[in-house]
Design a protein around this ligand. Structure first.
Ligand code: SAH
Ligand code: SF4
Length: 437
């Protein structure tokens, strides 16, 4: 069936694309988006927040800071922006007044706008974040970002794209029409926004009554790329963002506490391992190609065999650095004993953890979550084969902050949230992810 791809906006930075619902109905692997945000491109507006060292250097050069001073000035800015969380150039007292004035005249330290914050009874927080406009036609892309606190860790679930070009049949994000890559700065900015909101800077304090880890560590100690989008369709920006997030002189997150989840973009996996050196999670969800072709259509490009070969070759893989295999439990679809046995057989020889995810329904989805007894039985088979198989604990139930439910069409989401709450369906919430111990 022919599909009309209706280019909504031709903005060289934003370039979102609308795809007809017919495309999805016809079972297309992916929508074609014009993902033309250059790697490492500075975001719209002139905020320095989220920029890489090279981008900061260029920004300083552009206002006439002499070449010989650049390295030192970048180091100073880096410390203020990423170590202290400065919001005003006036705070940067180790820089001359004149330079501070020049910086303030040309740039800002603005964060993307927090459109709304929802706090669950269990302490999970979900922010709807509006990115700066990238051009006259762009009102600012909206994405969601979720914070999941536990006593000994705080996990931030970040988005890598606005929407997703892929069309996994059980995922709400896959139905979103507008798609564009986030810049590296926009990815980093999600961490900055979270740290602002929970008071995770030196001298800052968490909001009254906030649930944050109490083990003396950082309030955001772990990052998972499990929000909107396929990170390995935006590898350049994801790798650049991880470099900023893990820089020891700034945000300082351990790469072993950063997990990138992919639906299986095989050609990019080795690069992720070599350049970002993070933990890897694979959205497997099916053990037979025929079924995976339907659930995770990118399987038609890279099948299970190719995917598992790429896993075996993942740089740095060892028993201490296992790959997490995500498996969403769909009633009567992929949850039989035979599926469980085939799963452990397939993963033989790969240092792996298996994460069973109860399916989060959304209005219009054609699947149901497996019954609890079925999930337990499945988990038991996996456990007996020697794999830890935690079933993700539902988090943020009451604020609709669920895996695969993130979708930034705000109004629609709000309307749906209301509808789902009224009907008492869905809303299982984001799941606490135990990773990168
Ligand atoms: N695009 C990437 C990362 C984002 S999705 C990927 O697919 O891996 C994060 C995880 O949530 C994936 O494992 C995804 O398959 C899962 N997911 C998507 N929709 C879901 C739903 N409705 N219920 C439960 N998990 C879902
Ligand atoms: Fe995209 Fe991941 Fe959702 Fe598939 S599961 S549509 S890859 S976000």
């Amino acid at each position: 069936m022919a599909t009309v791809l209706d280019i909504a906006k031709r903005n060289p930075n934003a370039a979102p694309v609308a795809v007809s619902d017919a495309a999805r109905a016809a079972g297309f692997i992916e929508k074609t988006a014009e993902l033309s945000v250059a790697a490492g491109a500075a975001p719209g507006g002139a905020s320095l927040v989220g920029l890489t060292r090279d981008q900061l250097k260029d920004s300083l050069s552009a206002i006439g800071v002499p070449e010989r001073e650049l390295k030192m000035r970048v180091a100073q800015l880096w410390h203020w922006i990423y170590f202290r969380g400065a919001k005003d150039f006036a705070e940067m007292t180790n820089m001359g007044k004149e330079l501070r004035a020049k910086l303030a005249a040309a740039y800002t330290l603005a964060r993307p706008q927090v459109v709304s914050e929802q706090v669950s009874k269990d302490g999970t927080r979900k922010w709807l974040i509006r990115m700066a406009s990238t051009g006259p036609l762009d009102k600012g892309a909206e994405i969601e970002c979720v914070y999941i606190p536990e006593t000994d860790r705080g996990t931030l679930c970040v988005s890598s794209q606005v929407g997703c070009t892929l069309t996994c049949s059980f995922c709400h994000t896959g139905t979103q029409r507008l798609v564009r890559n986030l810049t590296s700065a926009e990815i980093v900015a999600q961490l900055i926004v979270a740290r602002d909101a929970i008071g995770d800077w030196p001298d800052a304090v968490p909001p009254e009554g906030a649930f944050v880890p109490n083990d003396g560590g950082r309030f955001v100690s772990n990052i998972v790329f499990m929000g909107m989008g396929e990170p390995l369709y935006n590898t350049d920006n994801v790798v650049a963002a991880i470099d900023v997030m893990s820089d020891g002189e700034g945000l300082s997150l351990s790469r072993r506490r950063i997990t990138v989840s992919t639906s299986g973009v095989v050609p990019q996996m080795e690069r992720l391992g070599t350049e970002a050196n993070t933990m890897l999670a694979i959205s497997l969800h099916a053990v037979r190609d025929e079924l995976r072709d339907e659930l995770v259509p990118i399987n038609r490009k890279y099948d299970i065999q190719q995917l598992l070969d790429a896993c075996r070759a993942y740089p740095g893989l060892s028993n201490a650095r296992r790959i997490t295999f995500e498996y969403v439990m769909l009633k009567g679809v992929n949850d039989s004993d035979a599926d469980a046995r085939k799963l452990v057989q397939l993963l033989k020889g790969i240092p792996a953890k298996i994460n069973l995810i109860p399916f989060n329904p959304w209005p219009g989805s054609k699947y149901e979550c497996s019954d609890w007894e079925r999930i337990e039985r499945f988990s038991e088979i996996v456990y007996r084969a020697g794999y830890a198989s935690p079933v993700r604990t539902p988090r943020g139930r009451d604020i609709l902050a669920a895996c695969g439910q993130l979708k930034s069409e705000t109004e629609k989401l709000r309307a749906r949230a209301r509808m789902m709450a009224e009907q008492g369906i869905g809303a299982e919430g984001v799941y606490a992810v135990r990773d990168g111990e």
